[in-house]
Write a protein that binds this ligand. Structure first.
Ligand code: ADP
Ligand code: MG
Length: 319
């Protein structure tokens, strides 16, 4: 059933968000009014996801609703920031009630889990594309940038990179992969889990951090370039999931290094803080794994079983 713009906003978005005391005025007026406590810095990130570019047309509206917020929360997590509010700019070819209901369900389920209020947005007709802006906070100086990795720091990653890109390839494909393996990998692509709590906790330990969206190798290269450092890594240490190995066998390393869409955190930690990190991470549901070391010589070098490993340049670039 098609819906008009006013009904769309009132039915699917206004009144569905969690309430927060710091939202003085939410959806419904010309702009939102937010009360910001002194003693914090504001942290803002925006990401657009467009059908065909960031997700295939076949994925469910619920997964789109989850993803548009998840990718933004992931950016805030990578700054060690606490998310507070978000806004939503929605471009829709044809507003359908069923699609909107599912989209809102995916969006609000995630927003509620992290206490994020939807404070406004915009709705236009056009190709399916969703832009979310998240606002969060850090204590002054407590945010973790990409720029401060130091020689000797360990390089760590959360989760099991490579799963999401394998899941993306397996969507709707049979490929002779057992159904349980395929479903688990597809789930990792469709419902990326932003590492919000982990990112916040890492604020006190990590020297540099980013979230892995373009592929681990490329993202480590960005982290090192921003820090003016290089990296030496061992592909044999990569945390490869049993599902990824089952699905792609000996190509698992290549998937983990060049596949995107992981939304895991990659960060550097001084050697002497390793025990504190392990202690902290023992409480997490996601594993953390050390995969390498920061060095002074620029560039990102991988070895595997003692031999140099060349990383194929297959990372997706928009332009
Ligand atoms: P205006 O024409 O003044 O921009 P709109 O009709 O676009 O007003 O928006 C009315 C209210 O609904 C505003 O508070 C706006 O932030 C909110 N809004 C519009 N679209 C969305 C959306 N997709 N999600 C959340 N809030 C929205
Ligand atoms: Mg508007």
């Amino acid at each position: 059933m098609p819906v008009d713009e006013r009904t769309l906003i009132s039915t699917y978005f206004a009144g569905r968000s969690i309430g927060r005391k710091d939202v003085v005025l939410g959806i419904g007026d010309d702009a939102a009014v937010l009360r910001f406590e002194p003693g914090w810095d504001l942290v803002i990130a925006t990401d657009t996801i467009a059908e065909g570019t960031h997700f295939p047309a076949a994925i469910s509206a619920r997964a789109v609703g989850h993803r548009c917020l998840a990718v933004n929360l992931s950016d805030l997590a990578a700054m060690a920031a606490e998310p507070l509010w978000c806004s939503l700019a929605l471009s829709l070819p044809k507003p359908e009630a069923l699609w909107l209901e599912e989209f809102a369900a995916g969006l609000f389920a995630l927003a509620e889990r992290f206490g994020v209020a939807l404070i406004g947005g915009d709705t236009v007709r056009g190709p399916l594309s969703v832009t979310v802006t998240v606002h969060g906070r850090v204590r002054p100086g407590a945010g973790v940038t990409r720029a401060a990795a130091r020689a000797g720091d360990g390089i760590w990653v959360t989760g099991t990179p490579g799963d999401a890109v394998a899941g993306r390839y397996l969507l709707g494909a049979d490929a002779g992969v057992p159904a349980a393996v395929r479903d688990a990998l597809c789930q990792r692509f469709l419902y990326p889990e932003p590492r919000v709590r982990e990112g916040l906790a890492l604020g006190s330990l990590a020297t540099a951090m980013l979230d892995v969206s373009d592929g681990l190798h490329d993202d480590i290269a960005k982290l090192m370039a921003a820090s003016g450092m290089g990296a030496e890594l061992d592909a044999g240490l990569l945390p490869l999931s049993a599902e990824l190995r089952a699905a792609v066998a000996e190509r698992a390393i290549e998937y983990a290094l060049t596949g995107g869409d992981d939304y895991e955190l990659c960060f550097t930690v001084p050697e002497q803080a390793t025990v504190r990190l392990q202690h902290m991470a023992a409480e997490w549901t996601v594993p953390v794994t050390r995969i390498g070391t920061v060095v002074r010589e620029p560039g990102v070098r991988w070895t595997h079983q003692g031999r140099a490993l060349a990383v194929p340049d297959t990372t997706f670039r928009h332009f």
